[in-house]
Write a protein that binds this ligand. Structure first.
Ligand code: PEP
Ligand code: MG
Length: 748
């Protein structure tokens, strides 16, 4: 039995590891020396380092004690054998009798059959598994807690050394971290292509020295930093404006910040030789691995709190704020786990592209990206772990992919694509002032969707004939407080002025569902998309809706005004909302204020129920706008935010087209103006189908107007209608294929 392991043994080992790092040795030689040093210090016969070759495979990359011929030959899948188990769970395995362990897998080529005890720990940084460090010995014994801790500390130093590029050239995923090209397959947040350099929204904190020179000094640093962190969390909690829920979240923060166990573990790591920063990073990585394996959702949520606190602590220690002082590169591509709409707006058009790990197409960040016409890829898993500030990156919003550090050949063909898009833009620009009239003389009105001041310059640039949908809630969402009526009056006036007499359909607040105002109490609803949202909130609690209507009326005094109500399920709701608006007009008049010189009140048709409303509804509505995003989700019962089902159903299904034709017929019967303003209106093939079945107004994001107009001007809409009718008569479930083929033959 080896003598008890002390902190001084650990410190000695770490210093020797650091000396290895300081030599000019090659990556492989360094790994070999390191396994030798660890086996020697831990008094075990074997020390091996397994590194990830790819996300699923671990490879033996260096060993002291096992057969050298097995190096770079022995491989195991994630979860396979004890090493694979450590790799999968991120948790240590410590056993006196490895062959008797469940899942043990014998690797004959390594000669490991004579070793009984096994201790494996993960080599990991936060959110990034790099490999597994193993020691084995012949004597059947359980490793002590001190030994496990010591090996974890060593593994941490290895992980940080990797980050610093110590093992370059070994030919594994780990050694090549941050140097190789990586392709991220996510989904489209906003179409378009861009080339630029990575700008991390939250810069990674780089630990430049994982090993402590002076443990006492490091202890002082960690205690001071934790003290500072506690004060800052206490300050946050003392803020008066917090509601109950925010308080609860911050209480959980405080609990972590004041946790003695957390500080004690970091102090122990420092005593074993880690620097203060490396100790924070080690505990962060360990906690994350533990919590990831916990099935309890609440506890997993807390993982974010702990991550956040650890990041704050690292920033205090390194002085690397979220603004690291690094200059934003030219053509910045923002890379982040997620981002809020307000933050994205702040960056504004400076950004050439956005790549997110999370996010969703319907999210407001995506809507802002759309407004700013910034290509955006979402669901790019692990991109924040892989990317470093300044790395070259290509964003392909159309395909929903991003190439980090791309090969030159990839970059070249990508540039061709950008050039082609620029050419197409020129073509579209030349159509800007021409009407969207089809070859057989049918005129389709093309309008744009907007919601931010940033959208308005596009009104002139895109050739839109007005704003078919102004999503007023965006203005509410990007603020931290409820806007005042006067602010809204000023804002709506600016919108009307910028539109230079072109019509703007203001949609009243559509909040609820995923659009939660930061300053309103969130509702805990089992299914918010079908819950208390939009006009339902407006009618139940009319305070905010009335204020908004007053602001619209005042802004439009002496000018025409179009107001439409979202998410109307039945006639009675429309009547109630309409009466509310008429009452406000009456009130403004009696107060002596000016009122709009022409008023049009419309409804969004977003639920199938409204299509079957009484005739009186169609007669009363001045106009109707089909909210295809919601209508599609309710028609097919497929959540628009759920990537799994979102793309499963197609608006070019004959079922959906038949339903649209029913709505078109009802509006025609009452002579009610009808338009379609969901995202699908902006897709050329869909726009063609909609026009063919009789829609005469389409509202879309500004960038789509050119491509849609080009298609509409090139076709005979009557002929397109025949293609659809024939397909339907032949029993086709979708017209996508036939219509796309037909269009390909008819485009110049
Ligand atoms: C729609 O549902 O199609 C729509 C235009 O509204 P939003 O996307 O804002 O829900
Ligand atoms: Mg909608």
């Amino acid at each position: 039995m080896p003598a008890e392991r002390t902190d001084s043994d650990s410190r000695k080992l770490l210093r020797r590891l650091r000396d290895v790092l300081a030599t000019k040795a090659k990556g492989q030689d360094r790994l070999d020396q390191i396994t030798h040093l660890i086996a020697d210090s831990m008094e075990t016969e074997v020390c091996s380092i397994y590194l990830f070759r790819d996300a699923e495979t671990l490879e033996l990359c260096a060993t002291e004690g096992l057969k050298k011929t097995a190096v770079h030959k022995t491989r195991m899948k994630l979860g396979e054998g004890l090493v694979g188990r450590v790799g999968r769970t991120g948790l240590p395995v410590n056993t006196a009798n490895a062959p008797a362990e469940k899942g043990f897998r014998f690797m004959p080529e390594t000669g490991e059959e004579i070793y009984s005890s096994f201790l494996g720990v993960p080599i990991q940084r936060v959110g990034e598994r790099l490999g597994v460090l193993v020691v084995q010995s012949k004597t059947a014994r359980q490793f002590s807690e001190d030994e496990v801790d010591a090996l974890e500390v060593v593994a941490m130093v290895l992980a940080e050394m990797t980050e610093l590029g110590a093992f370059a050239g070994v030919g594994t995923g780990m050694a090549m971290l941050h140097t190789q090209p990586v392709l991220f397959r996510g989904s489209t947040g906003q179409e378009g292509a861009a080339e630029g350099r990575v700008w991390l929204h939250e810069a990674r904190v780089v630990v430049t020295n994982p090993v402590a020179d002076d443990p006492l000094y490091e202890l002082e640093r960690i205690r001071a930093a934790v003290g500072e962190l506690r004060v800052s969390v206490d300050d946050l909690l003392a803020a008066e404006s917090l509601d109950k829920e925010q308080k609860q979240v911050l209480e959980a923060y405080r609990m972590f910040a004041h946790s003695r166990g957390w500080l004690r573990r970091m102090e122990e790591d420092i005593a074993s030789g880690l620097s203060a920063e490396a100790a924070v990073a080690k505990e962060q990585a360990t906690a994350r691995a533990r919590l990831e394996n916990v099935p309890d959702a609440y506890l997993r949520e807390r993982l974010h709190d702990l991550d956040d606190l650890s990041n704050r602590l690292l920033r205090i220690l390194t002085g690397q704020g979220s603004d690291t002082g690094a200059a934003m590169p030219e053509n910045p591509i923002l890379v982040a786990r997620n981002i809020g709409p307000a933050e994205l707006l702040e960056y504004g058009r400076k950004l050439k592209g956005v790549v997110l790990e999370e996010g969703s197409v319907g999210s407001h960040a995506a809507i802002v990206a759309r407004a700013l016409a910034i290509p955006m890829v979402i669901h790019a898993e692990r991109v924040t772990t892989e990317a470093l500030n300044g790395d070259p990156i290509l964003v392909d919003g159309d395909q929903g992919i991003a190439h980090l550090r791309p090969e030159e050949t990839v970059a070249r063909s990508f540039r061709d694509k950008i050039a082609m898009q620029a050419k197409a833009q020129e073509r579209f620009a030349s159509l800007r002032d021409l009407p969207a009239t089809t070859r057989d003389g049918v005129r389709i009105g093309l309008q744009m969707n907007a919601g931010l001041m940033a959208d308005l310059p596009s009104l002139v640039g895109s050739g839109a004939e007005g704003v078919g949908l102004f999503r007023t809630e965006l203005q509410f969402l990007v603020r931290s407080q409820m806007p005042r009526r006067e602010e809204l009056v000023a804002l709506y006036s600016r919108v009307m002025e910028a539109s230079k007499g072109l019509p703007v359909a203001f949609r009243t607040l559509d909040i609820g569902s995923d659009k939660v105002l930061p300053y309103m109490k969130p509702q805990d609803e089992p299914n918010p998309a079908m819950g208390w949202r939009a006009i339902r909130v407006g009618l139940d609690k009319p305070g905010v809706l009335r204020m908004q209507l007053q602001a619209l009326i005042r802004a439009a005094a002496g000018r025409p005004l179009q107001v439409m109500f979202p998410f109307v399920a039945e006639f009675a709701e429309f009547q109630a909302a309409r009466s509310l608006l008429l009452r406000e007009i009456h009130r403004e008049k009696s107060l002596g204020h000016g009122v709009p010189d022409k008023l049009e009140i419309g409804a969004m048709l977003e639920m199938p129920s409204l299509a079957y409303a009484p005739d009186a509804f169609f007669q009363m509505a001045d106009f109707i706008s089909i909210g295809g995003n919601d209508l599609k989700q309710f028609f097919f019962a497929a959540d628009r935010e759920n990537e799994r089902v979102r793309k499963r159903y197609d608006v070019l299904n004959t079922s959906f087209l038949t339903f649209l034709q029913f709505i078109i017929a009802r509006c025609a019967a009452s002579n009610t103006r009808l338009s379609f303003c969901g995202e699908d209106a902006g897709r050329p093939l869909e726009a063609l189908a909609f026009a063919a079945i009789g829609l005469r107004n389409l509202s879309m994001r500004p960038a789509s107007i050119g491509p849609v107009k080009e298609v509409l001007r090139s076709v005979d809409i009557g002929a397109a209608k025949k293609v659809i009718d024939t397909a339907r008569a032949n029993g086709a479930e979708t017209v996508r294929g036939v219509l796309a083929d037909w269009l390909a033959q008819h485009m110049p």
